[in-house]
Design a binder for this molecule. Structure first.
Ligand SMILES: NC(=O)c1ccc[n+]([C@@H]2O[C@H](COP(=O)([O-])OP(=O)(O)OC[C@H]3O[C@@H](n4cnc5c(N)ncnc54)[C@H](OP(=O)(O)O)[C@@H]3O)[C@@H](O)[C@H]2O)c1
Length: 245
């Protein structure tokens, strides 16, 4: 049975993806800071009859990502799919709020996410596995969201990085998928309901897994309306974008 390792698996989209893969019988490696949450999830998924390995890791310590991934892959007996999902957001107004918040957003969403992808590629290359690497970005990669400039920048950077990595690894048989969610009701942000076209994490997870199974280069969830909107957003007047978000 296939083995999937997910960062940011203690809540939201990562937890929902873990649950969906568990229903399919996949073995799971779950990583996040909150070990108490991971233990509860492990017990629940073990009840579905699947193997679950957990590790507590703050991905801000990016040099710890590779050894943690290697140890979890060893416990599972390998890895087929590695999902760089851990992420944070922040409302931070440019020239007004604390700039250090931006540094943290870039560290977690871009540097640590890149370190996760790099670790995944190292594991697949070393084991000569034709694995799949998945990075969770955002529709904000297509157009900056006012008030979340660093977040949008981190996701645009991560998407562009994944695009290049996909081409780099294609001749190694390693596939790379970038996931671009619209708005999903999770703990990422309070009052998610106020944003347009919000879906549940379960619905997002099902669509994401369908795209991963087809080895799609880019997944936009929910497809309707974000496939069209992500293109439209790039040419929308600033005022309309500001109103949307
Ligand atoms: N929800 C949305 O509308 C939306 C839209 C577009 C993209 N996304 C992206 O989807 C991904 C998942 O977010 P979510 O919406 O599911 O939010 P969430 O419920 O807050 O989940 C975020 C996950 O990331 C983990 N995480 C955060 N900082 C971490 C750190 N320093 N070290 C290790 N793990 C860390 C959290 O675990 P711990 O706190 O236990 O460490 C948690 O498991 C993120 O990359 C986010 O940017 C979400």
């Amino acid at each position: 049975m296939k083995k999937v390792i997910i960062t940011g698996a203690s809540s939201g989209i990562g937890e929902a993806i873990a649950e969906e893969y568990a229903k399919k019988g996949y073995s799971l490696g779950l990583i996040a800071r909150r070990l108490d949450r991971l233990k509860v999830i492990k017990r629940r998924l073990n009840d579905l009859g699947v193997t679950v390995a957990i590790r507590s890791l703050d991905v801000a310590n990016d040099q710890e990502i590779l050894p943690t991934m290697e140890s979890i892959a060893e416990e599972l007996g390998g890895a087929d799919i590695i999902i760089a999902n851990a992420g944070i957001t922040a409302i931070n107004r440019t020239g007004k709020d604390n700039f250090e918040v931006n540094r943290n957003v870039i560290q977690i969403n871009m540097i640590s996410a890149m370190a996760t992808v790099d670790a995944a590629a190292r594991i697949f290359r070393a084991n000569k596995t034709q694995g799949q690497i998945v990075g969770v970005s955002s529709v904000s990669a297509y157009r900056g969201i006012p008030g979340s400039a660093a977040y949008s920048g981190s996701k645009a950077g991560f998407s562009n990085y994944l695009d290049a990595v996909r081409m780099e690894l294609s001749n190694k048989g390693i596939s790379v998928t970038a996931v671009h969610p619209g708005f999903v009701k999770t703990e990422l942000s309070d009052n998610m309901e106020k944003y347009p076209f919000v879906i549940t994490a379960d619905k997002a997870a099902k669509a994401i897994i369908a795209g991963i199974t087809k080895k799609e280069a880019n997944i936009i969830v929910p497809k309707m309306p974000w496939s069209a909107l992500s293109k439209l957003m790039q040419v929308m007047p600033d005022k309309l974008v500001a109103k949307m978000f």
